[in-house]
Design a protein around this ligand. Structure first.
Ligand SMILES: Cc1ncc(C[n+]2csc(CCOP(=O)(O)OP(=O)(O)O)c2C)c(N)n1
Ligand code: SF4
Ligand SMILES: [Mg+2]
Length: 285
């Protein structure tokens, strides 16, 4: 059994009370309980408070540019599909600056897990509205309230054909860990939108605000997450009641499964033919 201390606790630059702490803790415990070793795991972020996660965990890490966490994560997985690839990054990074990558990544379906720390705000840059900020949310950037419709990442992901779509809350660690395990075990791109308070810059969607609204869909035995129409209904639910749990799941081949020459072994383990490389290099000489 791997001990959580293998994934180590580093000093962070997060504000006391930030939901990011609970997500990081849940991630370390999840990896421990799944018997992963640090060298088997790659954690990727873009830019933002959430995107600092790779710096705070003892595993392989990569920081992309703002909005650019998914491309290097996908490339790493294709190069070495034995790696457990996890993306930890923010709502702005994932759905705003990285919106285009979000769409095409779902289409590509590389086997990796995307934990979006969704605080409905740009935390790092001090509280501008984000793609998931609700209508009317007053920030320094939107003094008259947000007047553009929020993106609903759950509806978007299901509509785009994502095979694993879930929502969690940083205030319920055990449920979050259950979802994290299912997402990491899923063969394909798994999206988990994790609601988390930003205590410094989001005074609307506080811990109490989320706590009052979230309910655990996984406890409802009659809910069938393979039913896409029902999943859309649940994904559209936002306001007084917010469902958490696996909203939608659908198994299918991931990107690597469809590339014949990757079936034997990962790309990194394939022999490099120096003569072939030289032929290419000669073209530039
Ligand atoms: C191309 C580019 N645009 C803008 C920025 C400034 N910037 C850095 S982080 C960030 C927002 C981060 O918000 P989010 O992804 O929600 O993460 P959080 O800090 O809330 O965890 C912005 C706008 C940048 N670094 N690069
Ligand atoms: S600004 Fe918000 S998101 Fe960033 S560390 Fe502080 S509480 Fe967390
Ligand atoms: Mg954010």
């Amino acid at each position: 059994m791997i001990k959580k201390k293998e994934f180590v606790t580093f000093e962070t630059a997060w504000c006391p009370g930030c939901g990011d702490f609970a997500i990081l803790e849940a991630l370390k415990e999840t990896l421990e309980e799944m018997n992963k070793s640090p060298h088997e795991v790659l954690v990727v972020g873009g830019i933002g408070q959430a995107a600092k996660t790779p710096q705070y965990i003892n595993a392989n890490g990569f920081e992309g540019l703002h909005g650019r966490a998914l491309p290097p994560a996908a490339a790493a997985k294709i190069a070495n599909h034995k790696l457990t690839v996890i993306i930890d990054t923010g709502d702005g990074d994932s759905y705003g600056e990285g919106g285009n990558h979000f769409i095409h990544n779902i289409k590509r379906n590389v086997d990796m897990t995307h934990f979006v720390h969704d605080n409905q705000i740009y935390g790092l840059t001090k509280g501008q509205s984000s793609p998931t900020s609700d209508l009317g949310h007053v920030t320094d950037f939107t003094p008259n309230g947000v007047n553009t419709n929020p993106i609903n990442p759950m509806v978007a992901a299901i509509g785009l054909g994502c095979g694993f779509v879930a929502r969690a809350f940083s205030g319920d660690k055990e449920h979050l860990k259950t979802i994290m395990k299912a997402a990491i075990n899923y063969n394909g791109y798994a999206l988990v939108d994790i609601l988390q308070p930003c205590v410094s810059f989001n005074k609307v969607n506080t811990f109490a605000w989320y706590k009052k609204r979230v309910y655990n869909l996984d406890l409802d035995a009659s809910y069938n997450p393979t039913d896409k129409v029902k999943a859309f209904e649940k994904a559209l639910e936002w306001g007084d009641k917010i469902p958490t749990g696996i909203l939608y799941i659908n198994d299918g081949p991931s990107y690597v499964d469809k590339v014949p020459f990757l079936q034997d072994k990962p790309l990194v383990d394939l022999p490099v033919e120096h003569e072939t490389i030289q032929t290419f290099l000669n073209e530039f000489m």
